[in-house]
Write a protein that binds this ligand. Sequence first.
Ligand code: SF4
Length: 435
Amino acid sequence: MNEHDSEIMAGMLEEIGYERKERRQDAEVLIINTCSVRENADKRFFGTLGQLKHRHEDDPDLIVCVCGCMMQQKHVVDTIDQKYPWVDIVFGTNNMHRLPHLLNDLLQSRENGEEKPEREIWDKAEGIIEGLPSERLFRCKALVNIMYGCNNFCTYCIVPYTRGRERSRSPEEILKEICALAEDGVREVMLLGQNVNSYSGEWPCGRKCDFAGLIREIAEIDGIERIRFMTSHPKDISDDLISLFRTCPKLCKNIHLPVQAGSDDVLKRMNRHYTRDMYLEEIRKLREAAPDITISTDIIVGFPGETEEDFQKTLDLVNEVRYDSAFTFLYSKRRGTPAEKYDDQIADEVMHERFDRLVDAIDTISAEKNKAYEGRVERVLVEGPSKRDKRTYAGRTDGFKLVNFTADEDHTGEFVNVRITKGRTFSLEGDLVEE
Ligand code: SF4
């Protein structure tokens, strides 16, 4: 979500004459787009501001802007005002579209010699702003927001407080955007939302459109060959959506289905609204619909009150599902969330020890699963050359496996066939199969 917000900000700035710089030291305007999901990101943000202080003092033309989820938290903005008052512009997730105006106001005040920092945070989004430009990171694939916010209030999560309640874009606007992307050469779209399964759009005639219906509409668009989505809440995944993995060839056989924990007690305290058995039943249905489907997940280790027995249930679940990959997180206390106040927080060393065991189990399975690809020919959408070696290209399979291969010609943006020669833990290597 943040990555796409950054693309939109880059697009807005490009429209008013700015261009993206690769190196931070070459930029006249620096924008730090923050994430508040984990404490580490908070720390890195303040560390980065600390590093920028001297440069800002030495360069009177430099403009430093900070935005993103962290700015929706009052204590963060208060800290900036107290410790980093020199930050030029602060804005939040709900008024990101205001960036060009804020920049313009700042420049005008500088010109008039009465510079004052711009601070503009909106508590709520005023509807959905359509038609914002975006400077894509990839030519051949695009991120497309279909909804914003979240209504779920998992007890560890800050997102409903920083991104607000669920708002779905109209299917008409989404299709218009994707048609334009297809005309611009995009072959793959990733539909984004905190919980895409609860997408509920409305056509101009008032007819409702659910997530499966939206995918069916997108699949009709010429030029779009792959459709992905992220993220799905297990409690809301519908049988209709699962059936699309069988019937809709454009829907990639890949799903990210965050489980978070394998113990029902922990899931309940997390307010996840599903049990381990319910989750495993969804996995069974997905594999029945698409036996080759790749599955990834998110897991939190060390949620308050997690016992060794609870953790074992998570390990068992990982071994049972055999994920292709997983994002694993040490539980991170977030200010303002219910779990912050739970009095049975887990000691750091216990968390780390469990975390290491979990990562070992996941990596072993990932390596085994990737090894099974050796000898197979995979259709890969090429994302571009590697920064280190211009003859090495990277792309993704339908199942979202990262594939590195060498080629004499640049195939960026094209589909190519690659014979997999090596399955590593996090990626595959292969040789281009000439047509
Ligand atoms: S579903 Fe839960 S974890 Fe995901 S964004 Fe919403 S509150 Fe956070």
